[in-house]
Design a protein around this ligand. Sequence first.
Ligand code: NAP
Ligand code: MG
Length: 494
Amino acid sequence: MTLTEMPAAGLSTAPRRMFIGGAWVDALDGAVLETLDPATEQTLATVPRGGAADVDRAVRAARAAVEPGSPWRRTTPSQRGRILHRIGDLILEHGEELALTESRDNGKPVTYASFADIPMAADLFHYMSGWTTKIEGHTIPFSAAAPGSFLSYTTREPIGVVGQIIPWNFPLMMAAWKLAPALAAGCTVVLKPAEQTPLSALRLGELIQEAGIPDGVVNIVTGDGEAGAALAAHPDVDKVAFTGSTEVGKQIVRASAGNLKKLTLELGGKSPNIVYADADLGRAVAASAGAIFFNQGQSCMAGSRLYVERPVLDQVVEGLVAEMNKLVVGAGTDPATQLGPLVSREQLDRVRGYVESGVRDGAVPHTGGQSLPKRGYFTSPTIFTDTAPGMKIVDEEIFGPVLVVLPFDRLDDIVSIERTNPYGLAAGVFTRDLSKAVRTADAMRAGTVFVNTWNTLDAALPFGGYKQSGWGREMGHAVLENYLETKTVITDLS
Ligand code: NAP
Ligand code: MG
């Protein structure tokens, strides 16, 4: 089946079950929630609405699966690596089906899901599969006694049961970012997908089972924020990894205090993108449009605050408006679509509220996507000029296809505005001058700096936030640290 032949309705509407202890089960109280197709506002399928009791059941399964002597703990690092590699292969083998699932459940263009979300999800498993055999301790010389009288070394052990709570913007990719390193480290997991987009994680659960993972190693509890909160507070969860809003991130910090869970957080952003007058403007405009419009702007690292050096301001804005007007808006399942609907009515209202506030504050909107489909959570992509710090659209994360443009004269002006940015996830710079690029990258308090590019991540490169964009790093070998404990063994040889 090619993308163009893919039937728009090609996704089963059968009720789904969640994955606990190797079994596909309903919620203990039988509750369900509906997941919608944002392009049609119709129900796609129902999934269990897991509650605290289901989370508890999943945590028990995950605990049993990580106890010493369990099948997972007896799996060698090499075998673990092969399982992870197989999961990556299965994702690729089912790529078209997964891309369609992602497109229908989230609204995103199937074409982009096929070349971004799916390969990147697979790549995380492939990349992490190589690390399982390279998680090593050290033999460390001991100086408090005569040489040779003590042997001291460290080992790395899985941290234990991990709760993973993920958002709706890149459902499969976020599941992969979270699961692959946890499994590489030998942990067991309870994963809670977002209530708006549970379907691809459940399908991934089937593929994980097919890859031969022991029962209870991966558990997937569908549900809403209540299930997330139960996981964050559960006394037998050793660590929580969360991606989502800064607000919920702070709630998770509080919930984790009960048993002092280890935490990693990947939160929001309002990422500055800087275009100098000496940049290759064609490239800067195309990449800056992608930085904000990719995934309907529902990206934590969206380049949502554009600084343009004053002499090229008009030229860059003109170019961006032209790029925006070229965007094909429609249902994500249409292979021609470049901008799909937002994920939900709630997100649509939120984004529209920001656009209205920008107009009220006196910013000038340039609007694309003139003929929006009648049904579905569609919104017009918008570029605001004549903006200033202090406006909500400039200061706050919008999480939609809305760009604010600010002119600048000197890097120092940007640095002083950015000092007040609560976020620090990403930044971008476009210039042909290498030293200017490096000086600007140095000045940015952001976890990732793109130079003459945007949206170009890799499984091998650490990703995460400064400031309120989060704690810790995803991807690269840096992420493994979050899933491992270090045990120091000191032996008196006398
Ligand atoms: P969110 O509420 O932070 O949701 C993220 C995940 O946390 C979901 O699985 C959610 O479950 C769960 N959750 C909700 N309340 C929880 C709680 N008290 N304890 C534990 N888990 C909880 O994000 P959202 O409401 O979907 O989106 C709101 C805003 O968050 C967006 O507009 C955007 O600004 C930001 N956001 C950021 C990212 C990112 O990648 N950094 C991704 C998505 C959203 P439910 O599915 O039931 O809500
Ligand atoms: Mg949905």
